[in-house]
Design a protein around this ligand. Structure first.
Ligand code: ATP
Ligand code: MG
Length: 259
């Protein structure tokens, strides 16, 4: 690959991707590409397929047709996961053995270590990531002792610790207090300044608006808009709106432009 080809190759590309969950079509042929250095917001109402789209992009949901590429490589042969940082959508479900803050963040560094052996550089990277999100003083605490916003910061540190070129965050601002939102916005600014490519699932642009280059809006598993970010309207644009998830059995809430 020449350097010019590398520059024009999307970091992430979904082409005419379809996906099903529980036997129901969820993505009905979507195109989504993110070019090097771009910050793209993926918007849409509850249930429109945003999380499924990003999970399909990283292989957590299989595409039933279409093509997915990461850094120009078809997903099925992509192995370079240290280049990708992923923050899943927060769920209230907690379980398993409680880990410490530093353990969670360290897990994000595994792809950069050899045989999982932590060296000084790895420990320093964990410290830096915790520093970035303002959680260094909580490194030894159990994650069960954290608030929702603090937990989210830890997940973001985990995504950053491998120093990824592509950051995918699914609603990083949902249920997060203003202070944590500020920390997150500053962290993202720094990542973008350092050349990171970012795909953000958002419900409203909010404090991240100045960072967004382009918005892709989904509706019922199809791309409704791909271009300049639309102006936020409706209840989701109101400050303090807490994002609820009426997935199973509930109709998505429909509000204005983004719904
Ligand atoms: N595990 C699952 N099994 C069956 N259907 C599912 C599953 N997960 C999600 N769905 C359905 O797929 C559709 C898209 O869900 P998805 O989570 O991608 O939406 P979303 O846009 O991320 O919504 P939200 O804004 O609520 O996070 C919804 O209709 C949802 O009910
Ligand atoms: Mg979602």
């Amino acid at each position: 690959m020449t350097s010019r080809e590398r520059e024009s190759t999307p970091v992430l590309a979904l082409r005419d991707v379809r996906a099903e969950l529980g036997g129901r079509p969820v993505l009905r042929g979507i195109d989504l590409s993110v070019r090097p250095g771009e910050v793209v917001a993926l918007l849409g109402a509850n249930g429109s397929g945003k999380s499924t789209a990003v999970r399909t992009a990283i292989g957590q949901v299989p595409a039933t047709s279409g093509a997915v590429e990461l850094f120009g490589t078809p997903l099925r042969s992509f192995r370079d996961w240290a280049r990708v940082g992923y923050v899943p959508q927060r769920t209230s479900a907690a379980g398993g053995v409680p880990a410490t803050v530093s353990e969670i963040v360290s897990s994000g560094r595994l792809a950069r270590t050899r045989f999982g052996l932590f060296r000084k550089a790895d420990r320093e990277a964990v410290g830096r990531a915790l520093e970035l999100v303002g959680m260094a003083d909580r490194a030894k605490d159990s994650v069960t002792a954290l608030s929702g916003g603090q937990h989210q910061r830890v997940l973001i540190a985990r995504a950053l610790v491998s120093e990824p070129e592509l950051l995918i965050m699914d609603e990083p601002m949902a249920g997060v207090d203003l202070a944590s939102q500020e920390v997150l916005a500053a962290t993202l600014r720094e990542q973008v300044g350092a050349g990171a490519t970012v795909l953000l699932v958002l419900h409203e642009l909010g404090p991240l608006e100045p960072l967004i280059d382009r918005a892709v809006v989904l509706r019922d598993g199809c791309v409704l808009h791909d271009g300049p970010p639309p102006k936020a309207v409706g209840q989701h644009a109101l400050p303090g709106h807490d994002h609820v998830h009426p997935h199973e059995g509930a109709e998505p809430i429909r509000t204005g432009l983004l719904s």
